[in-house]
Design a protein around this ligand. Structure first.
Ligand SMILES: [Zn+2]
Length: 200
């Protein structure tokens, strides 16, 4: 039986590393599969913080993932990174790839956005996945507690409202300009997210 497995966690929980590892392991067993991602900062590839990278197919909003799998038939698996940014419809297409084509799908995604709310793709995958797997590597707040929130910091202050901006779970969490402001993301525990207390 093919399986739709969704692995989820905060930033820094090793999702892209795990995606690359699974892709490598299956490919080295002469299985054929595709690596998918969305807006990885390095372009159409999956990069991990540990410095590994592989070419990937860019998942844009209109891309039919079921048709993609059919067009690459025969294949054994899909590895889907940054799945939090996939549309609900694309997640349903992944389920169809599993059910109708018998292809294993390994999806990876961030759990919540900077407001602490589920991403669209994450919500849908939690609803429909055969297996829901929390990432075992836990990111930490500056205080040492488990990080539950990925706070958006604009000009040194946490913001709790605003647009979801597509930023991949890779590379440096360095400051980047957004609408003229200096924006960065910081992992925080629930208490320090709520109180707006940032590390140094
Ligand atoms: Zn804390």
């Amino acid at each position: 039986m093919a399986t739709l497995r969704f692995s989820f966690g905060t930033m820094g929980s090793g999702k892209s590393t795990m995606a690359l590892q699974i892709h490598h392991n299956l490919a080295s067993r002469d299985l054929y599969g595709l690596l998918l991602t969305t807006l990885d900062r390095e372009g159409a590839q999956v990069t991990s913080r540990l410095g590994v990278a592989a070419q990937a197919i860019e998942v844009v909003p209109g891309l039919d993932l079921y048709k993609l799998a059919v067009d690459h038939w025969p294949l054994h698996y899909l590895v889907c990174d940054e799945a939090q940014f996939y549309t609900a419809e694309q997640c349903d297409q992944l389920a169809r790839v599993v059910d109708d084509l018998g292809v294993d799908v390994f999806a990876f995604g961030l759990i919540t956005d900077f407001r602490g709310e589920l991403f669209e793709g994450t919500k849908r995958l939690l609803e429909i996945a055969d297996e829901r797997v929390p990432m075992q590597v836990e990111a930490r707040c500056w205080c040492g507690a488990r990080a539950t929130h990925n706070a958006r910091v604009v000009n040194g202050e946490i913001v709790y409202e605003g647009e979801t901006v597509v930023v991949g779970d890779t590379g440096e969490q360095s400051a980047q300009p957004l609408f003229g402001d200096v924006v960065r993301y910081e992992l925080l525990c629930r208490t320090h997210y709520r109180n707006g207390e940032l590390g140094t």
